[in-house]
Design a protein around this ligand. Structure first.
Ligand SMILES: NC(=O)c1ccc[n+]([C@@H]2O[C@H](COP(=O)([O-])OP(=O)(O)OC[C@H]3O[C@@H](n4cnc5c(N)ncnc54)[C@H](O)[C@@H]3O)[C@@H](O)[C@H]2O)c1
Ligand SMILES: O=C(O)C(=O)C[C@@H](O)[C@H](O)[C@H](O)COP(=O)(O)O
Ligand SMILES: [Zn+2]
Length: 364
């Protein structure tokens, strides 16, 4: 079991990572038991079916309210958000109640946003169940989507604790393993060339990642993320580097229709694009084709999904949260581990998008 600490300007909290970590939830809640008047767990249909019984037993939780929401991006919608708030009100949650998010990044973002806004903010704990959630469960970004843009309605609301039991990962489908691993790759590219080299050398197939390697990759990713969040909790500056690959990635997710392409698949394509753009604009020395081949070997589709309109993607990228006054700001790399935030004009971005589409072509 590993314990990390996330320190932000508003609070600090532990992240427990390892097989069997769920047992720590009871202990953690008991310490605060006099303080919590009630506990509401928000989970999704898939996770509930697979793990809710064992979660309740292992966590030692008996008198809890459980709210089950649809799986995947469908959870991050206004009707589901509203429904969770109604459940909280109907069950008389008060300002001393606790929300537990039990699921992947979608459930975590939703439950965190419910916690951030219910009675202007109550406490919550993240119990992530996906690889991707090594990223989403820490850092306090919580949100739901809007048809016009990903995570557009949200808040910064840090959890009280993150209890990451890696045993849950055993039931993840291959596609979700791949999705989550994209954020591991991102963490390496933006901060640590040796970590990136290690991934390139060690990982030739996502099935072959051992438990020890997974623990190492996830804790390394969490500490990289934590270091950015500690310095810039509300994304006034360097936290934007965690958005590497996301400007195009989010545009793809929104244009394809939320949930059609997984977050990690979209980010993988977005990272390839941002690396190519970094070569063009900053002279990044990087073997792009080698990286693309590696991604393909791991099962990623590296091209923009067919049928997405270039102009609409550009419009979405212009509306990205990093844009200021309509100016697109893009996370690029000067070198591996050295990100920069750079203003890019629409003409340059459109020209490179066209080139990228031509060069990368289609996967199938
Ligand atoms: N807040 C942040 O900082 C942050 C960071 C990265 C991503 N995100 C968001 O996270 C979301 C993606 O997260 P995700 O990939 O975890 O998505 P998810 O929560 O949709 O989970 C993916 C799928 O796996 C299923 N699942 C979850 N745990 C499982 C398990 N243990 N076994 C079997 N199936 C399981 C879910 O039901 C779902 O169908 C996106 O909405 C993205 O925008 C947020
Ligand atoms: O924590 C961050 O900051 C990130 O950018 C992490 C991203 O992986 C994550 O997808 C995040 O939700 C994106 O944030 P957004 O502000 O672009 O919606
Ligand atoms: Zn992400």
């Amino acid at each position: 079991m590993q314990q990390l600490k996330i320190v932000t300007s508003t609070n600090s909290y532990p992240v427990f990572v390892g097989g069997g970590a769920i047992h720590l939830l009871y202990e953690f809640i008991q310490k605060e038991a006099d303080n919590y008047t009630s506990v509401m767990v928000i989970t999704d249909e898939t996770v509930a079916k697979l793990h809710l019984d064992s979660f309740q037993k292992s966590a030692g939780l008996s008198r809890i309210i459980v709210k089950i929401v649809p799986s995947g991006e469908q959870a991050k919608t206004f009707p589901v958000y509203y429904d969770c708030l109604s459940a909280a009100l109907e069950n008389k949650l008060d300002r001393k109640s606790l929300i537990i998010s039990f699921g992947g990044g979608a459930v975590g973002d939703l439950a965190g946003f419910v916690a951030a806004t219910y009675m202007r903010g109550i406490r919550f704990i993240q119990v992530p169940t996906t690889i991707l959630a090594h990223d989403s469960a820490v850092g306090g970004k919580v949100a739901v989507n809007h048809p016009l843009g990903k995570n557009m309605i949200g808040a910064f609301h840090q959890p009280e604790a993150v209890i990451y039991d890696l045993d849950y990962l055993k039931t993840l489908p291959e596609r979700e393993v791949r999705s989550g691993f994209a954020e591991v790759i991102k963490h390496s590219l933006i901060s640590d060339e040796t970590f990136y080299d290690r991934l390139r050398e060690q990982i030739y197939s996502l099935d072959a990642i051992t438990e020890t390697e997974m623990l190492d990759f996830l804790t390394t990713g969490i500490s990289i993320k934590g270091s950015f969040v500690a310095k810039d909790e509300k994304e006034k500056g360097i936290r934007a580097f965690l958005n590497f690959g996301h400007t195009l990635g989010h545009a793809i997710e929104a244009e394809a229709g939320y949930g059609k392409v997984t977050h990690g698949e979209a980010v993988a394509c977005g990272m390839l694009f941002a690396l190519g753009l970094s070569k063009e604009l900053l002279g990044l020395e990087f073997h792009l084709e080698g990286f693309q081949l590696w991604l393909k070997k791991l099962g990623y589709k590296t091209s923009i999904p067919e049928g997405l309109d270039r102009e609409r993607l550009i419009e979405k990228m212009k509306q990205d949260k990093k844009s200021v006054g309509g100016t697109i700001r893009y996370v690029l790399l000067e070198k591996i581990g050295k990100p920069v935030l750079m203003e890019i004009d629409e003409k340059t971005l459109t020209a490179y998008l066209k080139k990228f589409e031509e060069e990368v072509g289609h996967d199938d």
